[in-house]
Design a protein around this ligand. Structure first.
Ligand code: URA
Length: 280
């Protein structure tokens, strides 16, 4: 995505968020939400239009968010008002600086490093996992332990591209103690930063790794075994759920399913099939 598109998206998002705020304050005579949506149909701002559209449905499951969490406007409001200045952050380095020595949630006292994310800031493909484990916490980099090595193999040996050509992040940026799942309040604190990160990156596709990440992103409770293998919509960005590499370490028989999911992603991105077309 070029700078102009990003600026367009940001401007649209800000305007729509402001419109929504005015609507809530009861101002009359504002354009309807339908008007706001159609104005961007087919143009390059469709991604953020979708963030600000009023309904969100998982393409395949038909699951929809409960009414409060459902409206992406709520997410946008989180981006713009709960974190003043976040919308103005203009690149990933500035976002990292904005997050600072974060103490916003209860994960901060026990972490060693904030695991912000790593990769090409212009990557077309983003991988999103759950949260850092012990190795990642020590190194400050996502997916560097055993599961991370498998993810690297999937990217490099499976897809035939370098790990540094994609972007890798997690739903939460600090390690949950004892590798427990992140809790709702922790996800809620960290999510605006992931959203801004995704927005700044503007990937063409996201691969969601594992139950937790995919359920958190799509706001569904559907098991990963039912979600994986087909494209879902993440606010206008295509999201392919697949099994988490840590699960694959325990269930190597399911690598073939991940490989099939990854091949869909490669097809969509127009990546050639590497000769050694196997996830090992
Ligand atoms: N598991 C994750 O979900 N993320 C990491 O960064 C490492 C392991």
């Amino acid at each position: 995505m070029n700078d102009e598109t990003r600026d367009h998206r940001l401007l649209l998002a800000t305007m729509r968020s402001y419109l929504e705020q005015l609507r809530e304050e009861g101002l009359e005579g504002l354009p309807s939400r339908g008007d706001a949506r159609s104005e961007s149909d087919g143009d390059k701002t469709a991604g953020l239009s979708a963030i600000l559209a009023t309904s969100h449905k998982s393409e395949t499951t038909g699951d929809s968010r409960p009414s409060e969490a459902k409206s992406p406007v709520v997410l946008a409001r989180g981006l713009f008002s709960a974190n003043p200045g976040l919308a103005e952050v203009s690149d990933l380095a500035a976002l990292r600086a904005y997050i600072g020595d974060c103490q916003r949630c209860k994960l901060s006292p026990s972490r060693t490093n904030i695991v912000f994310g790593i990769g090409d800031p212009k990557a077309q493909l983003m991988f999103i996992g759950e949260g850092p484990g012990a190795d990642e916490d020590l190194k400050g980099e996502p997916f560097v332990g055993r599961a991370g090595q498998l993810l690297t193999d999937i990217i490099e040996r499976g897809m035939g591209i370098r790990r540094s050509e994609v972007y890798i992040a997690n739903v939460v940026k600090c390690r949950p103690p004892g590798n427990r799942n992140p809790e709702g309040d922790e996800v809620a604190s960290c999510e605006p930063f992931l959203f801004r990160q995704i927005e700044l990156l503007g990937p063409k596709a996201i691969v969601g790794l594992g139950t937790f990440a995919v359920q958190a992103l799509l706001r569904v409770k559907t098991p990963i075994s039912k979600l994986r293998g087909v494209w879902h919509d993440f606010h206008g960005i295509k999201l392919m759920p697949t099994f988490h590499p840590a699960y694959l370490l325990r269930n190597p028989g399911d690598k073939r399913l991940v490989w099939s999911d990854i091949q869909e992603v490669m097809k969509f991105l127009g990546l050639a099939k590497p000769r050694r077309g196997e996830v090992r």
